[in-house]
Design a binder for this molecule. Sequence first.
Ligand code: PGA
Length: 259
Amino acid sequence: MKVLILDTAEAAISRAAGIIAQTITQKPRAVLGLATGGTMLPLYARLCQLHAEGLRFAGVTSFNLDEYVGLGADHPCSYHRYMRAALFDHIDIDRARAHLPKGDARDVHCEAIRYEGRIAEAGGIDLQLLGLGSNGHIGFNEPTSSLGSRTRVKTLTESTRQANRIYFEREADVPRFAITMGVATILEARACLLLATGPAKAQAVAAMVEGALSAICPASALQQHPATTVVLDRAAARDLRLGAYYEHVHPEGQDRVLA
Ligand code: PGA
């Protein structure tokens, strides 16, 4: 795991955007795995800005991590809507190649299997972007999710429902289930990029990077991934025991190689 620690959230966001930009510049037909949540909004704003400056997404295929069960693509709180508002409406991505699970599919279990198949048909994911739940989830793989799990329907924890409560009018409206890529689906991406900012993520970051490999912290499964980069601001890095070492290896979040 490469742990890059930046002074501020803005710097962390810029660094993560730079890694995505580099991926699609080197491989214009890259397959990106995309994430949602509050952390990603400024990152997508930065990508929109990079697009305005010339970064092209026309050849990119994307697969989002998850969608709420029961919400159609036009529901204001769906991740379909989130992605259009935050990114897709502002860049030149081909909408036919920008995929999310269909939360309102008649059979959501079949939809999960179909989605997993679409990722494979596209040749797998080159770079999977990830947020981190304060409970250690990635995608909606809640604590104790099988580390061998594939795309499927998961029941959300109360803490996740509370964290997402702000996006819904009434508490009762917050969905109880989601279709999410599994932990094993995520681990098949050729590279992963996890972005976490702010003090509320510090404990989960420490458990992910330095804790035991355990389903109680699904993000710890990334310890087994051969090419994961974790981009943090100083607040999210606060509880890392080896923080000084990561900063020595990657001063100012740079990717220094042996010189
Ligand atoms: P957040 O969500 O960016 O809204 O904190 C992250 C996550 O739950 O994956």
